[in-house]
Design a protein around this ligand. Structure first.
Ligand SMILES: Cc1cc2nc3c(=O)[nH]c(=O)nc-3n(C[C@H](O)[C@H](O)[C@H](O)COP(=O)(O)O)c2cc1C
Length: 210
């Protein structure tokens, strides 16, 4: 893919896979919405790779490159669903009645999108500042990833929840103690384009100091 930066810093032209795109960054940022319903159509491998590449352009301090990805498609989503189910069954805070219904619905959730990109950071928790920086960089990588997907007319939703870093989930991805999962990014072609929510006005939350 060629990236040609326009004189106007907001404009980036994409010549990607024969598709010419020219979208303002501002437009992409404002128009992206979390998608909950996806078509079963599989996004191309090339698109998924480009989305992952976009994530790795996130800022990170001290060249730690802390982001790690696991791409789930096909039956691996079912296996992931089973890890979620196990997490719920092992959760002592959930009562038995609720457990059965919840574990069933959660285990099926990964099948609602053709692709799930699991994002975690690999960072030593012994250095608190470094860990926080890596965590923040991880969030930036996820935003990059979602914006790149939107640019390619794909939808995403960032999912977390109580079992994000549960033992069954961590075991499923063979994570070590220095790994910390930040999100399950569901990816696919939107079945429904969500209605735009009103964003908070920046004036309300900004102070100017001179
Ligand atoms: C850190 C984080 C975790 C999230 N976890 C969930 C989640 O577990 N389930 C869910 O449905 N949405 C989740 N979301 C998506 C938000 O609900 C969504 O971004 C919000 O409703 C605003 O909608 P928008 O993304 O369309 O602007 C999460 C978003 C963030 C930033």
């Amino acid at each position: 893919m060629d990236r040609l930066y326009d004189k106007n810093w907001l404009e980036i032209d994409f010549d990607f896979g024969g598709i010419q795109m020219s979208t303002s960054v501002f437009d992409t940022v404002c128009k992206r919405r979390s998608v909950k319903k996806f078509k079963s159509e599989m996004p191309s491998r090339t698109y998924i790779e480009k989305i992952l590449e976009a994530a790795t352009w996130a800022p990170n301090h001290r060249k730690t490159y802390p982001w790690r990805f696991s791409v789930l498609t096909g039956t691996s989503r079912e296996q992931f669903g089973n890890a979620l189910k196990q997490s719920i069954q092992e959760d002592v805070e959930i009562n038995l009645l609720h457990k059965t219904a919840k574990s069933f619905s959660e285990s099926k959730k990964p099948l609602t999108a053709p692709v799930i990109i699991v994002v975690w950071i690999s960072s030593s928790m012994n250095d608190r500042i470094l860990y926080e920086e890596d965590l923040l960089s991880g969030a930036a990588a996820i935003q990059n990833l979602m914006l790149a997907a939107h640019e390619l007319q794909l939808g995403t939703i960032w999912r977390t929840g109580k079992w994000l870093n549960s033992n069954p989930v961590r075991d499923f991805f063979s994570l070590s103690s220095s790994d910390h999962i930040l999100g399950f990014i569901y990816l696919g072609y939107p079945e429904e384009v969500p209605v735009r929510q009103k964003s908070i006005s920046w004036e309300e939350i900004t102070t100017w100091l001179e």
